[in-house]
Design a protein around this ligand. Sequence first.
Ligand code: DGL
Length: 281
Amino acid sequence: MATAFDPIGIFDSGLGGLSVVQAIRSLLPAENLLYVADTAHAPYGGRPGAFIRDRALTLASFLQAQEAKALVVACNTATAAAAETLRARFALPVIAMEPAVKLAAAATRCNVVGVLATEGTLASARFAGLLARFAGDVRVVTRPAPDLVRLVERGEIDGAEAIRRVEAHVNYLLHQGSDTIVLGCTHYPHLRPLIERAAGSDVAIIDTGPAVARQLRARLAELALLRPSSGRGMLRIWTSAAVESARAVSRRLIRAQHGALVVEALPAHGAAPPSPVRRQS
Ligand code: DGL
């Protein structure tokens, strides 16, 4: 039986989903957060759905073994491939995310919206369903940006190469007439300052992280699972790749928002480790 003192489990293909961790941390400062970066298998964007589903099940089992009270899929690509499977297999509340097409269609003034996302998300039935339901007469221009995922995984969120690559994607969307850009991959918010600079102040940038955090808070409140503490929760990170570089990149991505950063190796194949996180009150 889950308790309010249990942690929240979050995962992504790599460290990009730390943008969602930041949104959750801002809204729910007292919660203990567990984050799994499946870096050894990143990027997910070009992988088959069955592979991503398999990884999602493995990572979710790992987080459940850590006594997570809720699961956050901090990845649009994994949501498209695995959200329904996770909901069917786990009794935990599963909060997932998808590109904010509905919001963008409501925000655009010139009826053209740009969506930056992975190939997997853009090719998914889930995305096609979003367009069918919410795009209406708004033209949605899509643009896969796998190179931006790789930049963020290396912690390269500024510098000449990042600026050049961001400009190429943003310019494409602007030339198509977009006045609203959806960040449909959790890696991209780490590049938001560059995206904003390339797009200019007349273009709205939409990131789903804060909405996911609000949905998580609502779900936990409904289930009486919000951690009742004024203290600061901890963040513990596991990676399926090298720990040292994950630690260095995590520090760059989350900057000073968290105190001590615990980064560990994900046990082989994501199997449950011997000791779950100790509950703290
Ligand atoms: N961060 C992920 C997403 O939101 C996946 C990026 C990738 O691994 O390709 O889609």
